[in-house]
Design a protein around this ligand. Structure first.
Ligand code: ATP
Length: 621
């Protein structure tokens, strides 16, 4: 199997700043790490002492020496391994806690940061990317504390201790043992390079597989699969991705197995050399058999330590890639929360003003994608062109004003920029030029949380959280009383429907509100908006899914609540905006006509044409 080459930018540069930033996450664990270091030191000392005791046992036994001394040495040979494994268990538990605490803190920081990122980031980030970073990458980082730190330190200390004892015992044997080391180093380098490539590719392949599942098992995804008859296509796609994951797993395993064979072979040659040189020296009475046996024991420890040390850079590199990708996310700029202000009333008056507002979507992709390039490459498709390549302004010179008790309607063809106007009001985006003001104050001078508290937006993509009907209503205002819930439901013409449900407000709505009809969903969204009870109400095609009887009932309800607030309405069905105080007709981001229904009809422009068309088609109905 050929492994695609990894992009060099995926391997983090070990700058001082980056290392210090990684270390910062371990600072709260200093005490735990110090205790673990102490345990590791003791465990290594016990391990390094064992071959020396073994030598003593062998030499005493062969020389027929003192039995009681022999018994003590033999007892030590049993005791020391038990002690060092006890210490290892303790050290493992301490580091396990430290590792869990680091990932706990990382996850919290990433999630809190995510919640503060601007809305546009979610619109443009590749799907699945955020989740990949929050779960996969955070998991990768645990390698540092669970493997690299204890195994690296243990092996380094063991290496240093073993070498010191070996050279102090017999320098000629030590030199013979060292002959195999450069070979081991060469194998490790080759292995690390191949393993790192495979690990990064495995990470991408797994992410692509996860994305495929996520996209094709949510209600809307599965609906497309079924209705476009793409079942076979999706299954084949999954099989292909899954095969890649399997092949990479097999390749990773094979690599490890080959390496074990190779390094064991080299270690065996080293050991044979020691036996040969040692045997000759024993024959020449240069030292005892016990020394040769101790040497061989040291040698296996030495090679094991070298092997562990040589495998660590790969896992560490993966953990560092994880950190790099987490930092990339943490470095994304958060939403500007606006100034802190204590001079604002809890409820705004509700006077809204757009002054020459111009806006263009910026299509930058905030996070490099893990998953998609892989699947795109597999499916032989090219990357998607950007939505806003050579884009014109989404909005140009938009001006209007609206007072409490008034209703402003925005109409116009699809894609004219109507929803974009709405998105600017709760500052999901900020205008590039011009100003939007609430009660005479630029939105940017108001605290964001306060501003959003003044606005209810019923959008086209209505979010229904997993949970019950009551939970979804209370999402708008957790402290709402049952009576308030009921009156919002009545206003949205939903009360009867809720009463007819066996579990009433406790009815579970399923994933993304899958059990609701389009009209029920819209009415629930309106009830939620009314419950929030804000001075600004934005309705984006809020009644488009309703039949005409329900729509007119709801229009009556909305007519009543309009008196206390400024209402902006986007509507395709022009009959619903007859009585608006002003109607803006938008085309390609510009206001091309404005006025009240009658004057617009008299003007015989786009509005009149649209109205006529709808009127005629209604007549036909
Ligand atoms: P409709 O009546 O179909 O809902 P609309 O008038 O509400 O349309 P908008 O949703 O405001 O239209 O979109 C205006 C234009 O901006 C469209 O051309 C759309 O493709 C583009 N657009 C919308 N959102 C984005 C985005 N996040 N990034 C880039 N372009 C966008």
């Amino acid at each position: 199997m050929t492994i695609p080459s990894i992009e060099p930018e995926r391997i983090p540069k070990m700058s001082r700043k980056f290392v210090l930033r990684v270390l910062k996450w371990y600072r709260p664990q200093t005490v735990r790490l110090l205790i673990a270091v102490f345990f590791i030191l003791l465990a290594v000392a016990f391990t390094v002492a064992q071959p020396l005791i073994l030598r003593d046992v062998v030499d005493r036994a062969t020389a027929g020496g003192d039995f009681s001394q022999l018994a003590i040495a033999a007892a030590l040979l049993v005791l020391l391994p038990v002690l060092s494994s006890g210490l290892n268990v303790a050290q493992n538990r301490i580091l396990g806690t430290a590792s869990a605490s680091v990932t706990f803190n990382l996850r919290n920081a990433v999630y809190i940061h995510l919640q503060h990122l601007p809305y546009r980031m979610y619109v443009h980030a590749p799907p699945g990317e955020i989740n990949a970073r929050l779960s996969g990458d955070v998991q990768q980082t645990t390698n540092i504390i669970q493997r690299a730190f204890p195994e690296g330190l243990t092996s380094l200390l063991r290496l240093a201790g073993t070498l010191a004892v070996m050279f102090s015992l017999e320098w000629r044997l030590s030199l013979a043992a060292m002959l195999a080391v450069p070979l081991l180093g060469w194998v490790a380098r080759k292995r690390n390079y191949a393993a790192r490539k495979m690990a990064i590719n495995a990470m991408q392949a797994n992410a692509a597989l996860g994305l495929q599942v996520a996209e094709t098992t949510q209600p809307n995804g599965i609906l497309s699969v079924r209705l476009f008859n793409r079942l076979q296509h999706e299954i084949e796609r999954y099989l292909l991705l899954n095969r890649q994951v399997r092949d990479l797993e097999v390749a990773q395993n094979n690599l490890s197995a080959n390496i074990i064979v190779l390094t064991s072979g080299i270690a065996a040659i080293g050991t044979a050399l020691v036996y040969a040189v040692g045997g000759l020296l024993v024959l020449g009475n240069a030292f005892s058999i016990g020394t040769v046996i101790a040497f061989v024991a040291y040698l296996s420890g030495l090679y094991a330590a070298l092997q562990i040390l040589s495998s660590l850079p790969q896992g560490t590199a993966m953990a560092l890639v994880g950190y790099q990708r987490i930092f990339e996310l943490l470095d994304l700029e958060t939403e500007n929360l606006g100034p802190m202000r204590s001079d604002l009333p809890a409820r705004a008056h509700g006077e809204l003003r757009f002054e020459n507002v111009t806006f263009q979507f910026n299509d930058e992709v905030p996070l490099r994608e893990t998953a998609r390039p892989w699947s795109v490459r597999l499916m032989g498709q090219s990357a998607q062109p950007s939505l806003t390549d050579n884009a014109a302004n989404a909005l140009e010179n938009i001006s209007f004003s609206l007072n409490p008790g008034q209703m402003l309607a925005i109409v116009g063809p699809s894609g004219a920029g109507k929803s974009t106007i709405f998105n600017l009001i709760p500052r999901l985006y900020d205008p590039d030029q011009g100003k939007i003001a609430l009660d005479g104050q630029d939105l940017r001078d108001l605290p964001l949380e306060w501003l959003r508290q003044q606005i209810s937006l019923v959008s086209q993509g209505i979010y229904i959280a997993p949970g019950t009907l009551g939970d979804n209503l209370r999402y708008a205002r957790p402290e709402a009383t049952d009576a308030e819930l009921r009156s919002a439901l009545e206003a949205a013409n939903l009360a009867e429907w809720v009463e007819s449900l066996p579990h009433g407000l406790e009815t579970f709505l399923g994933q993304a509100g899958a059990r609701l009809s389009g009209g029920e969903r819209q009415r629930l969204a309106i009830a939620r908006a009314l419950l929030k009870n804000t001075p600004i109400l934005l309705l984006d095609e809020a009644t488009s899914h309703l039949d005409s009887i329900n729509e007119s009932l709801l229009q009556d309800a909305l007519f009543r609540v309009r008196r206390e607030r400024a209402t902006l309405v986007i509507a395709h069905r022009l009959s619903t905006v007859h009585d608006a105080d002003e109607i803006l007709v938008l085309e390609r981001g510009k206001i091309i006509e404005r006025g009240v229904h009658k004057s617009l009809l008299a003007h015989s422009g786009l509005y009149a044409r649209l109205y006529e068309k709808q009127f005629i088609s209604n007549e036909k109905d």
